[in-house]
Design a protein around this ligand. Structure first.
Ligand code: PEP
Ligand code: MG
Length: 819
């Protein structure tokens, strides 16, 4: 809840223009300790990429999400301008509501604002009042139900609906709401969104804003009409893909200083940080050549339908590729592209024109161009972005229908800065960061998907630099500063040196993390978390040590059994394990016994096929049934224990009996060999193990939580299922509560707990786990330096607070949104 006082209100102000008004409201926020002065610049920048005019004389300027660290405390300020100031052509603003929002506390006020939007007498009064209390009263009143813009107390829901979680850290604010409205308008059905006891028309921006939905909240999406099912499915995907907010959640790697060059610059918009120095290459889009006419409409229709289907397959492949490199969010644009192709009207419109003896290529180009043009006419940067997405996907199909593509430039084989009119997400996803050191486009905006993809690939980029960049000749040497958004053609020698030094500084910044990799992860208040590595092969033990790992927390021994025609012998296993302990030189090696089954098949074992392999004879269940596999492994491990620091861990334990049987076999083997006693632990990856953790803790020396499997079994979502990948999130509070329970049970018994699932290598996951009291994080080798650095930058108390809040969340998105 935001506290609004007279100090936050300036009445009877005058502003010469919009910038002056923003600067006044920003100044008020600075004076009230809400933000640093730099955020005013950010507010100005925001105007370039999104409208902040709310309607009826109210504007809500706010900064770019990437600058949120300039916000000291969430707050708002209001500047009343009785004479008005022109915000956009034809839009007069009388109340400027400046927002400095760290998270979503301001949504309530935004919601109240939208409630007075259609209340003209109140607005007139607020625009002229000389009493700041009038404004305070109006903005801090509890939300009342709306009157005319579609928010109504819920009376009757549509029959068809689904619950969806609004993603993002700032909820359903103007930009994502615009995306949603635009998506909803594509359908004929009536579409409503219910939040609590209020319902909004999903096709009205004002109506949606009135709901004041915060990030992580669940709303009910409902549709009624001819295309209701398609509408629900499409809007659900749009919401899950982030409603265009993905770009803002990316934290760019900051250079740490801004650079000044003496050479003249071509200014553009900063899209992806970093510096590049290289000759340029002008990327020319090929000319797609096709006949405009055709004789057989039926054959053309078939060709068109086939091309659309092929394009969908290509997009699925692109989605999978980008997802594996940069994550689901970044890849989501290609799902949205598929969505364009699923639009039956686009195809119907095209096919209808075939009757005039037009070719498939011609009618298709007409259909998508017409639609893209329509979107551009709306003069909204977001919708214009969708127009270029539509052209991207349109050209994809067109190429498949073309006779040939002429004058297409092929990318050079040496490092270069790419210049293009615009780059499509498909173009950007295909760039090789070792050859394309940066790119600069004449058109496009910083929230375009190509900018998002550039950031995820770490390619410095500038967009919207204007057509001047297209006149530069190939091979012109340039400096591209992705931080300031400037391109410097033919820079002076002095500038080149400045740029090279800055590049080195940036590199050094990244290396600092690497250099500190051997420092323990001691948090600012002295609490230590051990950071160890997950490995699957002998050679990786040395790599782990070199990467800063303090040992191996999980050796997946099944990897020694894969890709061969018979199981490794006891001696072979002994050779591998002892090579690891040698490389670790006294650091611990936790050997997990064979975890075969589930998704790890070993053909030569000829195991019977199972309907549900993840619930079948896997892990310890298999080992207990197959002493011919288990005993040699245990012997190899105990032989290694005679010379190195080994611990044993059993996977997939579900019952006390399984654990006891495994322990008994291990002890028999130890006695046989005369090996020393070693610590014995078990993986916690099955819900029954969590619920019986008190009993299990009496039986073992440690627990290691396998969050990959625990998540799939707690949420009943196959860990490898492509459609469930986003939902099967280990940060779901249900999983976190399982971990919390496990840690408490272990600590009551004086036992330590590690986590060796993927969640431990996610910086947010690592912080939450540290806060939950996990002692050891076992992660992939490349993440070691970064996770250690992250933990060193935090206090244990901070992470405990984070963990406490995470446990109370309602879903994984809300946990991810915590700061
Ligand atoms: C896990 O399940 O989290 C785990 C670490 O084991 P694996 O990924 O090998 O199943
Ligand atoms: Mg597992």
């Amino acid at each position: 809840m935001i506290n609004l006082t007279k100090n936050n209100i300036k009445i009877r102000a005058a502003a010469t223009n919009k910038a002056d008004a923003i600067s006044q409201v920003g100044q008020l926020l600075v004076e009230n300790g809400n933000m640093q002065p730099g955020y005013i610049t950010s507010m100005m920048e925001r105007e370039k990429v999104a409208h902040t005019y709310l309607g009826n004389g109210i504007a809500i300027p706010h900064g770019l999400p990437k600058d949120r660290d300039l916000i000291l405390e969430t707050g708002i300020s209001v500047v009343q301008i009785p004479q008005g100031v022109e915000w956009n052509p034809g839009e007069q603003v009388y109340l400027v509501v400046g927002i400095a929002a760290k998270s979503d506390e301001h949504l309530e006020i935004l919601s109240n604002l939208t409630h007075v939007l259609d209340d003209e007498p109140t607005l007139k009064r607020l625009a002229q009042t000389t009493n700041p209390d009038d404004i305070i009263a109006c903005l801090t009143n509890q939300s009342t139900n709306g009157n005319g813009h579609g928010v109504e107390a819920i009376s009757s829901d549509f029959a068809n609906g689904i619950d969806v979680v609004i993603p993002g850290t700032v909820g359903l604010h103007a930009r994502p709401a615009t995306v949603l409205v635009n998506a909803a308008k594509a359908f004929e059905s009536d579409i409503q969104i219910r939040y609590g006891n209020q319902t909004a028309n999903a096709k009205s921006l004002v109506s949606l804003l009135k709901l004041g939905v915060a990030g992580g909240q669940t709303v009910r999406l409902m549709a009624q009409g001819r295309d209701e099912a398609a509408a629900l499915a499409s809007l659900q995907r749009e919401i899950e893909a982030g409603l265009g907010e993905e770009a803002e959640e990316t934290t760019p790697i900051a250079l740490g200083h801004s650079l000044t060059f003496e050479s003249s610059a071509i200014p553009g918009i900063a899209a992806s940080p970093g510096l590049a120095i290289a000759p340029i290459f002008q990327l020319k889009r090929g000319k797609i050549v096709f006949e405009a006419t055709a004789v057989d409409p039926q054959a053309e229709e078939t060709r068109l339908r086939q091309a659309v289907e092929t394009a969908k397959v290509q997009l699925q492949e692109l989605y999978d590729d980008v997802k594996s490199r940069s994550g689901t969010g970044k890849a989501a644009i290609f799902l949205a592209h598929q969505e364009f192709l699923n639009d039956p009207e686009l195809l119907t419109e095209a096919i209808a024109q075939l009757q005039d003896k037009r070719s498939a290529a011609w009618v298709w180009q007409q259909a998508y161009e017409q639609r893209a043009h329509g979107l551009e006419q709306l003069h909204d940067p977001l919708l214009a972005g969708r127009a270029s997405d539509l052209r991207d996907v349109g050209r994809r199909v067109l190429r498949l229908l073309a006779d040939r593509v002429e004058d297409e430039s092929s990318l050079p084989k040496s490092p270069t800065i790419l210049i293009a009119e615009d780059l499509t997400p498909s173009d950007t996803a295909g760039l090789d960061p070792t050859l394309i050191l940066g790119f600069c486009t004449a058109y496009g905006g910083p929230t375009s998907h190509s900018a998002i993809i550039a950031r995820s690939l770490g390619i410095p980029a500038i967009v919207g630099a204007g057509p001047a960049v297209l006149n530069l000749s190939n091979s012109t040497r340039c400096i591209l500063d992705g931080e300031s958004g400037n391109l410097y053609p033919n820079p002076t020698q002095a500038d080149l040196e400045v740029a090279r030094t800055a590049q080195q500084d940036l590199q050094a910044l990244r290396e600092t993390e690497q250099l500190a990799r051997f420092q323990p992860a001691i948090m600012t208040d002295g609490h230590r978390v051990e950071v160890v590595a997950n490995i699957g092969a002998a050679a990786e033990a040395e790599q782990a040590v070199n990467a800063g790992a303090e040992g191996v927390g999980l050796l997946r021994t099944e990897f020694l059994f894969l890709q061969r025609s018979h199981p490794p012998s006891e001696d072979e296993q002994f050779a591998a394990y002892s090579r690891m302990t040698k490389a670790l030189n006294g650091l611990p090696l936790i050997v997990r016994t064979l975890d075969i089954g589930g998704d790890k098949a070993v053909p030569y074992l000829n195991l019977p096929a199972e309907d549900n392999p993840f619930l079948g004879v896997r892990g310890i269940r298999l080992c207990l049934q197959r002493p011919d596999l288990f005993r040699p492994q245990l012997r190899a491990i105990y032989r290694t224990a005679q010379m190195g620091a080994v611990k044993i861990m059993f996977p997939m334990i579900a019952t006390l009996e399984e654990l006891q049987a495994a322990k008994a076999m291990a002890e028999e083997t130890r006695l046989e060999i005369g090996a020393p006693v070693v610590e014995i632990g078990m993986m916690i990856e099955v819900p029954s193990a969590v619920l019986m953790a008190e009993e299990f803790a009496q039986e073992v020396d440690f627990f290691s939580i396998g969050t990959n499997d625990l998540t799939q079994y707690v949420l009943a979502m196959d860990r490898g299922h492509p459609a469930l990948a986003k939902q099967a999130d280990g940060l779901h509070p249900a999983v976190l509560r399982m971990i919390d329970h496990t840690v408490k049970a272990a600590s009551a018994a004086g036992k330590w707990v590690g986590v060796c699932g993927g969640m431990a290598g996610d910086p947010k996951g690592a912080a939450i786990l540290a806060g939950l009291g996990v002692h050891e994080l076992s992660i992939s080798i490349p993440s070691v330096a970064a996770v250690k650095a992250k933990l060193r930058s935090l206090s244990h108390a901070q992470t405990q607070d984070l963990a406490t809040r995470a446990l109370k969340c309602r879903n994984a998105q809300a946990v991810r949104a915590l700061t």
